[in-house]
Design a protein around this ligand. Structure first.
Ligand code: NAD
Ligand code: DAU
Length: 417
């Protein structure tokens, strides 16, 4: 499906995790030039951008500019490169870090989005701005459905009821915003700014500001920084013996009884493309796979795959984890994505999570050169020490059975919520 309309695409924040897949899909599906604007924080890497194109000739269509979305010069970039489509992925994206560094999140998420909106407002040539948001802005289904604290844990252990409660309370786009972390609150603020601009300003021809908010569920795929759950677990099981502590184990919050909905970055990238092509100004669109499970079932699949592919005995894996916590942990996310299907004709393709976890583990096995430098770095070790080391020492070395032993061979397909 070649798209030969004139105009470049500016993708802010494309040097992180989701960005390389967005670049790959935009290069595959359009003939446009792509300008990447990225500050290269700890989460961004220049080589993520260079690895993105599937064909070597596509690399010539990508220009990299190091810069901050909060910098007022964005408008000049839009004009200089003839940008007509803008996608914003730039963000501080890790919930745990937001608990200790809220001002950084406030600045990038809100001031950065505001600056991009002002640049779009001043540049009539821009015909679409997609602000990439998150389902976390809706808050957590456990709070919304009246299943807080012990009631949630009881429900989560009783999987058949869990499925019914989650499905009844899936978040639609019009749901009230009840963010539960500084990260989610600043993302919600960014969404509200986008809608306020659509409501407040018009183009000279009377048309609304062409801005759209998308809300994706938890993404997985290649290039994810090891601080997030899936890569953290995989990297730990593959290379536990690093850092000052000499050994890392997988920190499991709330006994693995939280639910997440897992969306492959390639499906998310196609959703963003569809939003660029055909979402209406002012629209909000959820993107999720419908594939939801408890963290403990997801992690069991990771343990099984690492055991099979790297030869680690499964029996040793219980000692490879320990109980940990996140303040204000949102225990359940799930999104209703019927609008993306009906309004944008979008459909997720990566829905066999058993197979996908195998592919993901294999990607980390095959790309040690990509993640080991981060995994062994002094910065990441300092992060690990400050966040997990004391709790891991308190937990001792006794086996921590966060999972139901009878269910260790159960496929993820059987465990979906
Ligand atoms: P990431 O943390 O992996 O990457 C963020 C990128 O933004 C990095 O390259 C970083 O250098 C860059 N950046 C940060 N601050 C910047 C600034 N001020 N100016 C310019 N660049 C800056 O994040 P990700 O997981 O790829 O997420 C991308 C977007 O998608 C975020 O807006 C996030 O909220 C949203 N999202 C993520 C997920 C997920 O599961 N990862 C799910 C739904 C939505
Ligand atoms: O829902 C979309 C969001 O998904 C995005 O907006 C965020 O940018 C992205 O980071 C992700 O947020 P989560 O907080 O859900 O992702 P994380 O990988 O940090 O955690 C996933 C689940 O695993 C969550 O229930 C917390 C749990 N967890 C996480 C870490 C880091 C653990 O049990 N142990 C851990 O060490």
């Amino acid at each position: 499906m070649a798209d030969d309309r004139a105009g470049a695409i500016l993708v802010a924040g494309a040097a992180g995790f989701i960005g390389p897949m967005v670049l790959r899909v935009l290069l595959r599906e359009t003939d446009r030039r792509i300008v990447v604007l990225d500050k290269l924080t700890y989460a961004g890497r220049r080589d993520n951008v260079t690895r993105a194109p599937e064909r070597t000739e596509d690399a010539q269509r990508v220009t990299f500019v190091q810069g901050d979305i909060c910098d007022l010069a964005v408008q000049g970039l839009l004009e200089a490169y003839g940008v007509t489509w803008l996608v914003n992925l730039a963000a501080e994206s890790h919930v745990d870090r937001s608990l200790g560094a809220a001002p950084d999140f406030l600045r990038t998420e809100m001031q950065g989005t505001l600056n991009l909106l002002e640049a779009v407002r001043a540049t009539p040539a821009v015909t679409k701005f997609v602000a990439v948001g998150t389902d976390e802005v809706y808050g957590s289904i456990d709070r919304n459905a009246g299943y807080e604290g012990e009631r949630w844990y009881a429900l989560a252990r009783e999987q058949s009821d869990l499925r019914a409660v989650v499905r009844e309370h899936l978040f639609r786009e019009g749901a009230p915003l009840r963010p539960g972390s500084p990260y989610a609150a600043t993302k919600a603020g960014a969404d509200l700014l986008v809608h306020a601009f659509v409501n407040s300003y018009r183009r000279r021809d009377g048309s609304p500001m062409p801005c759209v908010v998308t809300r994706g569920t938890n993404n997985y795929g290649p290039f994810q920084h090891p601080e997030k759950l899936l890569p953290l677990a995989i990297c730990t099981l593959l290379r536990p013996d690093v850092g000052k502590a000499g050994r890392r184990r997988v920190p499991i919050y709330d006994d693995g009884l939280a639910v997440r909905e897992w969306l492959h970055t390639e499906d998310h990238a196609y959703g963003i493309l569809r939003a660029l092509q055909s979402a209406d100004a002012g629209a909000t669109v959820n993107f999720g796979s419908g594939v939801r499970c408890l963290n403990r079932d997801l992690l069991l699949a990771v343990f099984r795959e690492v055991s099979a592919r790297a030869g680690t005995p499964f029996a040793s894996l219980a000692e490879a984890s320990f109980p940990a916590a996140r303040a204000g942990h949102d225990l359940c996310y799930g999104a209703d994505c019927s609008a993306a299907r009906t309004d944008l004709g979008w459909e997720p393709r990566h829905t066999d999570l058993d197979r996908e976890i195998g592919c993901l583990v294999q990607w980390y096995i095959d790309n040690l050169d990509w993640w080991m430098p981060v995994w062994e770095s002094a910065d990441f070790d300092a992060y690990w020490e400050s966040k997990y080391a004391a709790r891991m020492a308190d937990a001792g070395n006794a086996p921590y059975l966060f999972y139901d032993e009878a269910a260790t061979d159960r496929s993820l397909a059987q465990a979906l919520v």
